[in-house]
Structure formats: structure tokens, C-alpha cells
Design a protein around this ligand. Structure first.
Ligand SMILES: [Zn+2]
Length: 279
């Protein structure tokens, strides 16, 4: 960008400012330029951003999101390093900055199955985002587990691995192999899925403390998780799920226009349509 361009004043300007659930913690040095007031400016998408996230392959491998985030949130220098807890907030912020605060969605009433449309106010979603408590630890005897969010890069890689294994599993029943082989293949795929899950849990463990040592090496932590007591494993897993839930977008309250039933609807960001213009 040239600084003497007389057209510079017509370039896009920040449309909104967001607060990150991580409060800027867990970013490796140099990956986030945190303003003193903690409010991160978000620019609307350019035409090029709109084109890049529409490329299905780029969307699938996460590269498109990384480009769009770095373009719209220039304070983030490396979007792969974003802690997973911040991703939804950043994406909602970009959508808000680009297309305004109304997001149309649809829902099926759990009581009468009536499908109805509703509009989410994205500002309310952002206001309701929580900062998970990463200071809490899990104790088992003299073992202490400390946690951190996984990165966007880990999150994305895990999702791809999971997707691939599930695809393999779904194709097994139609393959031309004997039934016993099919069962073996399904078992193998299940084992790989489990190991992806354990790996993902380890990416959320920052350190394990014993009276003698503080262990941060991922390979040692992975080995512990593969060999520890089931009780230890379960409480660590539940704690990680709890932290993840705390950071998630809060469900919206809806009332069915047909039967007046009131219920909560989870909000999920469907990336293929999320950034489409509201018009
Ligand atoms: Zn209903």
C-alpha cells in the first residue's frame, strides 16, 4: 500500500470493534497487535475477500478463512495462530462489518416441527460471548493439568482428519470385501477417529505438573493420555469440553409462531453461506 495515494481516504475503514474471548492471551509473540483498550478493529470484506472464501477447496483447508481474517482484521498478523476460542467471534465480527447486524436463519420447532424463519442480531451474539476460565486446573492426586485453547490451525486440521475418517467409514458398507474385512475396516477407522480425538484433547493441555516436573512436551502429554487411568482421562476431557462450551456462541431464544412453544436454538456458522450478503 502506498502512503502518498490521494485516494487513501476512500479505502475501507473499521466498521466495528470486537473484544476477543481470549483477551489476547495464547497468541504467540508477533501474531497479534493488541490495542491498549483491547478493542480490535474489523474492516468490511473487499471484493477479493468475497471471491477467495467462495473457493470450495480453499474454504475446506482453512486457507481462505486465514486470508479473509488477515485482510479484515489487520491487527491479526497470523490467523493460523488464533486460539480456537476466538474464531467464532472474529467471523461474526467480519460478517457484521461487511453486511450489517441482521443474519437470517431458519429453525424447526422441536414441539410441532414447524419450520420458521428468524433473524439473529449479531451484536447480541457478540455481547453474549464469554471468556473461558483457563486459570482453573484439574487435579488427580499430585498430578495437575493446565489448559489452553488449541490454535485455528489445529482445529482445522482435526476437522479435516475427522471428516476424512467419517467418509472412509461411510463408504465401507458398500465396498466389495467380505463381511469380516468390513468389520475390521470399521474398527480400524474407529481407532483412528479415537486417536484423532485424543490428539485433539492434548492440543488443549498446556502443561502437566507433578511434584518433580512441569511437562509441556506434546509427545509426553500424548503418551500420558494414552496410558492414564480412565477416571483421569474422563475428567480432563470433560474439563476441556466445558471450556469449549463456555466460549461457544450462546443459543438464541425463539418462540414458534405456530404453537407458541419457547425454546433455545444453537447458532452454528455455516461458512458456505455465512458471508453472503443479507439482501
Ligand atoms: Zn411449534
Amino acid at each position: 500500500m502506498t502512503s502518498n495515494n490521494p485516494l487513501k481516504q476512500y479505502f475501507r475503514q473499521p466498521a466495528i470493534y470486537i473484544r476477543l474471548p481470549s483477551k489476547g492471551n495464547f497468541y504467540p509473540p508477533g501474531t497479534l497487535d493488541m490495542p491498549p483498550n483491547g478493542e480490535i478493529p474489523v474492516l468490511p470484506m473487499t471484493a477479493i475477500d468475497e471471491i477467495s472464501y467462495r473457493t470450495p477447496d480453499a474454504l475446506f483447508n482453512g486457507a481462505a478463512m486465514v486470508d479473509v481474517i488477515q485482510s479484515c482484521v489487520p491487527n491479526i498478523k497470523n490467523a493460523w495462530a488464533i486460539p480456537a476460542v476466538d474464531v467464532d467471534t472474529i467471523l461474526v465480527g467480519i460478517r457484521l462489518a461487511s453486511h450489517g447486524h441482521d443474519l437470517d436463519s431458519s429453525s424447526q420447532c422441536p414441539s410441532c416441527n414447524h419450520d420458521h424463519e428468524f433473524t439473529i442480531d449479531l451484536r447480541m451474539l457478540l455481547d453474549a460471548v464469554n471468556t473461558p476460565d483457563y486459570n482453573s486446573c484439574v487435579r488427580h492426586g499430585d498430578l495437575e493439568f493446565y489448559f489452553r485453547p488449541m490454535t485455528y490451525q489445529d482445529l482445522n486440521a482435526n476437522n479435516q482428519l475427522q471428516f476424512e475418517q467419517q467418509k472412509i467409514m461411510s463408504m465401507i458398507p458398500d465396498t466389495e470385501v467380505p463381511e469380516t474385512d468390513k468389520i475390521k475396516n470399521i474398527n480400524d477407522a474407529l481407532k483412528r477417529l479415537t486417536s484423532i480425538t485424543v490428539q485433539a484433547l492434548c492440543q488443549s493441555i498446556g502443561a502437566v505438573k507433578t511434584p518433580q516436573a512441569i511437562v509441556t512436551e506434546p509427545e509426553f502429554i500424548l503418551e500420558l493420555m494414552n496410558n492414564c487411568d480412565r477416571k483421569v482421562f474422563t475428567s480432563v476431557r470433560d474439563h476441556i469440553i466445558d471450556l469449549k462450551n463456555q466460549a461457544e456462541l450462546q443459543p438464541v431464544s425463539l418462540k414458534c409462531p405456530e404453537c407458541q412453544h419457547e425454546y433455545k436454538q444453537n447458532v452454528t456458522l455455516d461458512m458456505t453461506s455465512f458471508f453472503e450478503s443479507a439482501s
